[in-house]
Design a protein around this ligand. Structure first.
Ligand code: FE2
Ligand code: FE2
Length: 255
């Protein structure tokens, strides 16, 4: 089977580009399953029911998120009600939503786990210990982990820690695609960061000028999603659904 994983969708520009490109990509790669990170899909950051619905209608089976998931209150009920939109699993249990789900694809199940790093990020439950306890209870052979983290070393270490226990680990959050996609020794596909889906001439999808001012003056600035042509970043992973092992991983970046 083939899984498409798409990096952080930024604003309505990113949503619209996803809507125009993802159906073509799904056909081109003959994808059986698609996971999209939507944590920045609302124009004022975060994710709303409206931006989530656009991502689902573009063809996502599951939406993952990250540290921006709780920015907009209107998503809280949606996180509780829709099992196919995830927040990082290692947030406290008292927060809305859930951190993993299993999708019945007929011949096989696909489990998606969303997890967040703790280096230069919120002080959540230790992701290494957390995934150990989570994986003990998961029966699906095909398991995809979106590890939303800042530090490359934390991402590589976590993927190596669970190599052979999951089908794939894809990093998200930095919005900059890394060129290190590979199969780890025990059969887990891995990329440090998928990259983003949004305006190309930008800083992580946002207008560059206020960001420059922020770095010059250290004063608050108003962020907004940049204009112009978009890119879409992600990977296509081929998995043997009988063993759950990955067979290949291919990086995708389209303009
Ligand atoms: Fe993001
Ligand atoms: Fe993030």
């Amino acid at each position: 089977m083939r899984i498409l994983c798409i990096g952080d969708v930024v604003g309505s520009a990113g949503c619209e580009f996803l809507l125009s490109e993802l159906p073509k990509l799904r056909r081109f790669y003959n994808a059986d399953f698609t996971a999209v990170n939507g944590e920045n899909s609302n124009n004022q950051n975060g994710i709303t029911p409206k931006s989530a619905d656009i991502i689902f209608s573009a063809g996502a089976d599951v939406i993952t998120t990250g540290n921006h998931v709780f920015k907009k209150r209107e998503i809280y009920d949606y996180l509780d009600e829709n099992p196919y939109i995830l927040r990082p699993a290692n947030y406290p249990d008292s927060t809305p939503g859930r951190g993993f789900c299993t999708v019945d694809k007929g011949r096989y199940d696909v489990c998606v786990i969303n997890l967040m790093g703790v280096v230069f990020m919120e002080n959540l439950a230790n992701p290494f210990r957390y995934i150990d306890s989570l994986l003990n209870g998961i029966k699906a052979k095909v398991v995809l982990v979106d590890f939303h983290a800042e530090a490359t070393s934390e991402k590589i270490a976590l993927a190596s820690y669970i190599d052979g226990r999951v089908s794939a680990v894809v990093g998200t959050h930095t919005h900059v695609q890394t060129a290190d996609e590979r199969l780890l020794p025990k059969g887990t596909a891995f990329i440090t960061d998928l990259g983003m889906t949004g305006p190309k001439n930008s800083s992580l999808g946002l207008c560059i000028e206020p960001i420059i001012q922020k770095f010059i003056n250290y004063m608050p600035v108003r962020y907004s999603v940049a204009d112009g042509a978009c890119i879409l970043c992600g990977v296509c992973i081929e998995i043997d659904e009988k063993t759950g092992k990955a067979l290949s991983i291919e990086r995708i970046q389209i303009e």
